[in-house]
Design a protein around this ligand. Structure first.
Ligand SMILES: [Zn+2]
Length: 623
């Protein structure tokens, strides 16, 4: 076995013959010891090594010395306190690790975990089970468990690349960002970051409302070479940020994807849904379920605030972006010289679901910020006012016997709106009518309950106490067959359905069956991009052909701006003003002109910051 210098140096720290292997798991170094004594002192040894080498360490017992799997399982079952609520045990023997899926990880203290470790000779990892079973989470966790041998080889290779040290001759001596998508448009966010040692992609989305080749990131730039891409970092699980990712696996790329755990799970779900929606429209998605599996196999998840090397000269840290569950701003430190903050989609004053994003960073020179609502006119009314207006409109629609249709993205607004409507029903502000949702919304809502750490403090508390905010008697799961009946019945109801911009998904059916009833209300609570059905309705078109049927728009429709998952102009300026340290330059992306230009002039005037508004294909040197 050829060893890297760092592996040799680590071996020297141990008595001869006590270590059987030094492996990498991405940026973490794992030492397999033969000696149970050394294993018992694992935490302490790991800490000492971390101080010396400035890396993360984990000490495991050589799998050869482990008890049989059934003994490990039995010892855990006999020892684990009942109130922890065991759901699943995954024994990964070749990694000397046991993964416990439990309902109440907060009831499992360190002492018990340590005790389990001495009983099983395995390191223990704990995962939270969703309050109600989620097929997505079950399938993903089971699949990753089955792939754990492949993943350990893969992670070792990733680690070798990260820890091999800086080359004698760097690839280049500059830092540059190229815009592959989302330059002067909303959709297909994708950027290429080139540093002296590495090439990484930040986000890789589809243009949900674009057609033809404009729907995908632009890859035919001279600087883009798929074989030279070291890693991909994804900000959040919306199609315009993650939707083209499986395509990389289709063309043979096999590198690591960094994201948060909820982004991984929600991402897999919406990617599979994207294939389904395309099929229903007799179109073909640019990838298949096979590549979604490849994506899962190559993910590396990080928590907010966790600093990690992802290449020899890039360290990243995710921070809450306030946009959707698991959404992250990405802070990138390049060779300790240059620091970039990419906001992804940003909400500065989120509603019930999430907490406010932070604005303090250790260092910051370049800010890459979205501008969906950065235009001069983009001031959203205060949240309470919109909520009041919305609830009032819902109330009067229901009173007249109409139905309320709310198009939502499967992740984010959907949960926010469900919480809001539930609260209004429970407070008797609106009558108790059924709120219909379909499969994917149920799934995404349940996924929220598996990751309370990523939610607002209030919701976190509720979920940890075992209350499921998305499970109410009046929230009903509808099947596609029921759509027509629901819309044609006399009973008032609320329908919350995808897709958010009505370019596909169940909402189009509900609209089709209910468009000609003037009692109904179509309530837009999120952004409607140019060219989508939602935008065309908002722009006043009165007649559509849907599934070969002529549909006339007679229902009421209304836009409620304050619900957006995106910061408005005031929030964006507030965010930049609060940033500490203040960035030297700002790159403005993810906005339809003139919005990015209008935001730029405001930022320049207010903070005297250099601004760039790149087009697709542009490259900006940062250092
Ligand atoms: Zn988004």
């Amino acid at each position: 076995m050829i060893m890297l210098k760092i592996q040799e140096d680590i071996l020297k720290e141990f008595p001869l013959g006590t270590v059987s292997d030094v492996k990498f798991e991405a940026a973490k170094i794992v030492i397999y010891v033969k000696d149970k004594e050394l294993f018992a002192r694992g935490f302490e040894i790991g800490k000492q090594l971390a101080q010396k080498f400035k890396k993360r360490f984990e000490i495991r017992l050589d799998p050869k010395f482990l008890p049989d799997e059934h003994i490990i399982v039995e010892r855990i079952k006999n020892t684990l306190p009942r109130e922890v609520g065991l759901r699943n045990i995954y024994v990964e023997k070749h990694l000397s690790t046991v993964v416990l899926e439990v309902y109440h990880p907060e009831k499992l203290d360190k002492e018990v975990i340590n005790y389990l470790r001495t009983l099983t000779f395995c390191n223990i990892r704990v995962k939270r089970a969703p309050l109600k079973s989620s097929k997505t989470i079950d399938v993903i966790r089971e699949y990753l468990h089955r792939q754990s041998e492949y993943r350990s080889k893969f992670l070792h290779e990733v680690g070798k690349r990260i820890l091999s040290g800086i080359y004698d001759k760097p690839r280049r001596d500059w830092v540059r960002i190229s815009v592959l998508g989302a330059g002067r448009e909303v959709g297909r966010s994708a950027f290429l970051l080139q540093t002296p040692e590495s090439n990484i992609i930040i986000d890789f989305g589809v243009g949900v409302s674009n057609v033809g080749s404009d729907a995908y990131p632009v890859l035919n730039l001279p600087e883009f070479d798929i074989d030279q891409i070291d890693a991909v970092v994804i900000s959040h699980a919306h199609l315009d940020h993650i939707g083209f990712l499986p395509f990389l696996f289709k063309i043979g790329w096999r590198g690591p994807i960094y994201l948060t755990e909820p982004t991984r799970d929600l991402g897999a779900l919406i990617l599979l849904d994207y294939i389904k929606v395309a099929m229903r429209q007799l179109k073909q998605a640019p990838f298949s379920a096979k590549e979604v599996k490849e994506f899962l196999k190559h993910t590396i998840t990080l928590d907010y605030g966790e600093v990690t090397d992802i290449t020899p000269d890039i360290k990243i840290t995710f921070q809450n972006a306030g946009h959707i569950l698991g959404s992250a701003m990405i802070h990138m430190n390049i060779a300790n010289k240059h620091n970039i903050l990419y906001t992804g989609d940003l909400k500065v004053f989120p509603g019930r679901l999430l907490d406010k994003p932070i604005t303090k960073f250790p260092r910051l020179e370049t800010l890459i910020i979205e501008s969906t609502y950065g235009g001069k006119e983009d001031y959203h009314p205060p949240r309470q006012d919109v909520e009041k207006e919305f609830i009032n409109d819902v109330k009067s629609t229901l009173k007249e016997g109409g139905k309320v249709l709310i198009p939502v993205l499967a992740v984010g607004r959907a949960q926010e709106i469900l919480l809001e409507l539930s609260e209004a029903i429970l407070n008797k502000e609106i009558p108790e009518v059924p709120i219909y949702i379909e499969g994917i919304l149920w799934e995404t809502s349940m996924i929220h309950t598996a990751y309370p750490e990523f939610l607002s403090k209030n919701l976190q508390k509720e979920i940890i106490e075992g209350k499921n905010p998305f499970e109410q008697e009046f929230i009903m799961r509808a099947s596609p067959k029921e759509r027509k009946n629901i819309m044609e019945s006399e009973e008032p109801a609320i329908i919350v359905a995808t897709s958010g911009m009505m370019n596909g998904g169940p909402i189009v059916d509900y609209f089709k069956y209910g468009a000609e009833n003037e009692k109904n209300l179509l309530a837009f609570v999120s952004y409607q991009a140019k060219g989508t059905l939602g935008r065309r309705i908002l722009d006043g078109e009165k007649e559509f052909i849907l599934d070969k049927e002529r549909v006339q728009v007679k229902l009421k429709y209304k836009k409620y701006d304050g619900f957006s998952g995106h910061a408005d102009r005031r929030e964006l300026v507030h965010f930049v003003g609060r940033l500490s340290p203040r960035p030297r330059q700002t790159i403005i992306v993810h906005g339809e002109p003139p919005k990015p230009f209008e935001l730029a002039s405001k930022l320049k005037k207010t903070f005297n910051i250099e601004t760039y508004i790149p087009k697709i294909g542009d490259a900006i040197r940062l250092d």
